[in-house]
Design a protein around this ligand. Structure first.
Ligand code: ZN
Length: 457
């Protein structure tokens, strides 16, 4: 991209002092270990932060305490959350073409969030393999009732390798989200989906599935191929044990922390990530990284002794993964103030190198941010990619109310190797890339907080 010429409006909105501050914020972000140390604590000391778990609530209390240390006004906003627990999960093929008598084949799988339980000693049923919702409908109740329905939708690895991992995810995740419900509607006794992800290490990827009243699980890509191949040769029968349970709702928390604006304290810039994770890994890339990046925006300002002109609000969202109750609770309390929210930023696409931002805002707002591109040029985070939908699940209500919304656009080529699996752990985060993300979020947030005019909407 050619270096843009500073226009009159650039100079008015970004006077030389603000530009100097933005360059200083970037340099601090690129050299600051704060976010990484916070991520170490969240992932290694606290661990998995599944919605409803004691770790998730402890993480909220920990983040609140850390943000208080930065001098912020911190609120723990209560959120009533679902509390689903995984239990035993095991499966084996017990009848298939060519089976050696008295043997079985193990199937590696993991329950989907919202799954109900099989009997404690499992259930045994024939497996019906389908590749689409249309194929399922075509089979009809007669061929589905009493069976285990298996959705074998492939994750498009070529799309992911070409940098369109989220498009690949979107295509496949429909089956994880809605497949069990569709199968239950035709009388299936359980539903399986092929894991939504692009790694080949026999790792199952969990995730939320619309409660269907039947047991539901994701099988590894390798075992999905096995089942599909054997199904071509004849009957496949499975013994499946999942003892997931829906416990009573728990009270957990959004962390909401303000650094009050010096000139327009009523106007708010939100920086955020979600604190809850799945239980299999330790939620490093999804989405401990987003939380610590947002925390670091506040830490950089404190370290540099910079006061935002508009209020900087750090939010660590609870329960992005199982229904968004944290986001809804925030809307219930703050929607009357969304008109004063000048921007909402979320990071929830991992911790890899940032390419820029997905943006749901008026073109004029993006145009106004050209000086930010210049500041972030050396990081490479210069793209402002228009998006038709909110670039972050938790900031969707704000975006839909017209708040300019930004999601950091991380390099997603490897994200779905680990996402929602046991391999989402701290070692997957490259410290230098986490720093780039922290710098990108802090620069954008301070720019929006301190430019003369608010972003148009
Ligand atoms: Zn996430």
């Amino acid at each position: 991209m050619a270096a843009p010429q500073a226009s009159a409006s650039d100079r008015q909105n970004f006077p030389p002092l603000l530009m100097q501050q933005l360059f200083a914020i970037k340099a601090t972000g690129l050299s600051d270990d704060y976010a990484y140390h916070q991520l170490e604590h969240l992932t290694e000391n606290i661990g998995p932060r599944q919605t409803g778990s004691p770790q998730a609530t402890a993480a909220a209390e920990y983040v609140a305490g850390e943000l208080r240390k930065l001098g912020m006004e911190v609120q723990l906003q209560p959120v009533s959350v679902l509390h689903w627990v995984r239990g035993v999960e095991s499966a084996a093929l017990v009848e298939y073409s060519g089976m050696v008598p008295n043997t079985t084949q193990k199937i590696v799988l993991t329950a989907l969030g919202g799954s109900t339980s099989t009997p404690a000693d499992g259930l045994t049923a024939d497996v019906v393999t389908v590749n689409s919702f249309d194929e399922l409908s075509a089979l009809g109740r007669e061929k589905v009732a009493g069976k285990i329905v298996f959705f074998n939708e492939l994750f498009d690895k070529q799309k992911a390798a070409a940098g369109m991992a989220f498009a690949a995810y979107g295509e496949a995740v429909r089956y994880r989200a809605s497949g069990p419900k569709a199968a239950a509607g035709l009388g299936a006794v359980a539903a399986l989906v092929r894991s939504v992800g692009n790694a080949d290490y026999r790792l199952p990827h969990t995730g939320f599935s619309i409660p269907a009243g039947i047991p539901a699980a994701a099988v590894t890509a390798e075992d999905a191929d096995l089942i599909a191949h054997l199904a071509l040769q004849g009957k496949v029968r499975m013994h499946l044990t999942l003892t997931s349970q829906q416990l009573p709702n728990e009270t957990s928390y959004n962390v909401i922390a303000d650094l009050k604006g010096s000139e327009h304290p009523e106007q708010v810039v939100v920086v955020s990530g979600h604190l809850d994770s799945w239980d299999l890994g330790t939620g490093a890339i999804d989405d401990g990284a987003g939380v610590v990046i947002a925390m670091e925006t506040a830490e950089i300002l404190q370290r540099l002794n910079l006061r935002p002109a508009r209020t900087l609000r750090v939010i660590a969202w609870m329960d992005e993964e199982t229904g968004g109750s944290g986001s809804r609770a925030y809307s219930a309390q703050y929607s009357g103030e969304f008109a004063n929210c000048v921007a909402a930023i979320e990071s929830d696409s991992g911790a890899a190198h940032p390419l820029g931002f997905d943006v749901k805002a008026l073109p004029a707002a993006v145009e106004m941010l050209r000086p930010v591109q210049a500041v972030l040029q050396s990081v490479g985070a210069t793209m402002f990619q228009p998006s038709n939908y909110a670039p972050g699940a938790d900031i969707t209500p704000m975006s839909e109310a017209g708040v300019p919304a930004f999601g950091i656009m991380q390099d997603g080529r490897n994200y779905f190797n680990y996402h929602h699996s046991a391999a989402d752990t701290l070692d997957k985060v490259v410290p230098a890339e986490l720093k780039e993300n922290a710098a990108a979020m802090a620069v954008l947030a301070y720019a929006v907080a301190n430019m003369k005019g608010a972003l148009p909407r």
